[in-house]
Design a protein around this ligand. Structure first.
Ligand code: UDX
Length: 436
């Protein structure tokens, strides 16, 4: 099939390359000339496992090309809208400027029978509004909302073989037709019996934001338990293990630590709450607490590091290991790790930072940290060491290796990845989150 993908960010670039991999003929469109040039040369703008290989294969096959010209969407029969919906400047709601602009730009190039497929995360009600615009266009086209659930670090896998598809379709024959077309796009996964739910627009939009709200709540729940554990001497990691054995609860997303960040969870819970407010509903008031618990964990890490250097961070050499919001990513959007690093820097510390992939992206946002290109360089002479992203390389650190380089044996484990006893036995002052 001939497809267009509008927006070549995290979502769009991965989606376009994955669709080409599945055998479709894909034109991917973005307004950013540099991004288009980089992608056309096979260089992904983001660090994502499997993406470079996928991009190289798709470009070589001739089934994928990138352009800034929206007119090239003409001739494709399915058009994916995969642009960003960031948090509004000075507000908490989602900024729909890019979605609206993408759909408006696409309308003149639609042909009869085309399908416009929204993948971006949007406030409930957006699809119905956009469907009106599509219906009012000269072509006889339809709109579907097909949210994306990809996780960074697993984006390719999650796109090619997701754990479920959700199609929010219009009513009547148009919905039946749209379902059949999308099934063809995703034929391989559909034939492999990937669950597929066909819903109305509002439900599809809600699946996405409520999934993220649920995940954020689960993380903040365990981080709230970490606060209780800190006040009572309990160990939140053992608590999580014990809770996780209850199949109704499950162990995943119960890792207490520095909290969630990234380009999705923080902004999505805020936008969701803002949308509920607009609807005049208090139903999501608890998400403010979810957000607050999450942000308090960052305060806690800053406080622990400060305490370990004697109550005043000024002049202290602090090794920050990990800056990305999660491992296998160079994404530092709303990264708790980078936030902590910056706050220690603002408090006067000399922050020496290392991340296996995110030094570059972090330096753009926080140029005043001292970035180094190895763990050892960061550790050398450190008066306190903070491990803030659970990269394999960092989880593999041993007390012996760290002790040989640092000035002071002090460690804050922001992700609860180490065994405290092992470090204490090696003479470290060790602080975890929610651990005695
Ligand atoms: C998330 C959703 O998982 C995905 O379905 C959606 O499409 C986009 O948002 P992502 O942002 O890639 O994906 O990250 P995710 O793996 O969900 O992690 C989010 C944050 O939560 C990270 O900062 C991670 O470190 C943190 N986290 C996760 C915890 O602090 N504890 C946990 O137990 C799990």
């Amino acid at each position: 099939m001939r497809l267009s993908v509008i927006g070549c960010g995290y979502l769009g670039a991965v989606h376009a390359a994955s669709m080409a991999e599945l055998g479709h003929d894909v034109v991917a469109i973005d307004v950013d000339e540099r991004k288009v040039a980089e992608l056309s040369a096979g260089r992904p703008p983001i660090h994502e496992p499997e993406l470079p290989e996928l991009l190289a294969r798709s470009l070589a096959s001739g089934r994928l090309r990138f352009t800034t010209d929206i007119e090239e969407a003409r001739g494709a029969s399915v058009h994916f809208v995969a642009v960003g919906t960031p948090q509004q400047q000075g507000g908490t709601a989602a900024d729909l400027t890019y979605v609206d602009a993408a759909v408006s730009a696409l309308l003149p190039h639609l042909s009869d029978g085309d399908l416009v497929v929204g993948k971006s995360t949007v406030p409930v009600g957006t699809a119905a509004r956009l469907a009106e615009l599509v219906r009012a266009s000269p072509a006889d086209a339809d709109l579907v909302w097909n949210p994306e659930f990809l996780r960074e670090g697993f984006a390719v896998k999650d796109t090619i073989r997701p754990d479920r598809f959700v199609y929010g379709v219009p009513g009547g024959d148009a919905g039946v037709r749209a379902t059949a077309v999308l099934d063809d796009v995703y034929r391989q996964a559909i034939d492999a019996e990937t669950p597929r739910l066909v819903t109305d627009y509002a439900t599809a939009e809600l699946v996405k934001v409520s999934a993220n709200a649920f995940l954020a709540t689960k993380i903040s729940f365990i981080n709230a338990m970490a606060e209780i554990a800190e006040a009572t001497g309990a160990d939140v990691t053992q608590l999580a293990d014990a809770l996780g054995h209850d199949a109704r609860i499950g162990r995943r997303f119960l890792n207490a630590g520095i909290g969630f960040g990234g380009g999705c969870l923080p902004k999505d819970i805020r936008a969701f709450q803002a949308r509920a407010d607009e609807l005049g509903l208090d139903s999501l008031a608890f998400l403010a607490d979810v957000d607050a618990v999450n942000l308090r964990r960052r305060d806690r890490v800053v406080a622990l590091a400060t305490e370990l250097v004697g109550g005043d961070a000024r002049g202290a050499r602090v090794a920050v290991l990990g800056l990305a919001f999660k491992p296998d990513s160079d994404d530092v959007r709303d990264s708790p790790a980078l936030d902590v690093a910056r706050r220690l820097r603002e408090a006067g510390a000399h922050v020496v930072a290392y991340d296996p992939a995110a030094n570059g992206t972090a330096a753009r946002l926080a140029p005043d940290l001292d970035y180094v290109d190895s763990v050892d360089a960061a550790l050398t002479g450190a008066e306190v060491t903070l491990v803030l992203t659970e990269w394999s390389e960092l989880k593999a650190l041993t007390p012996e290796r760290v002790a040989a380089l640092v000035a002071e044996r002090r460690l804050v484990d922001g992700r609860n990845v180490f065994d405290p006893r092992q470090w204490r036995d090696a003479g470290f002052e060790f602080r975890g989150l929610g651990r005695p």
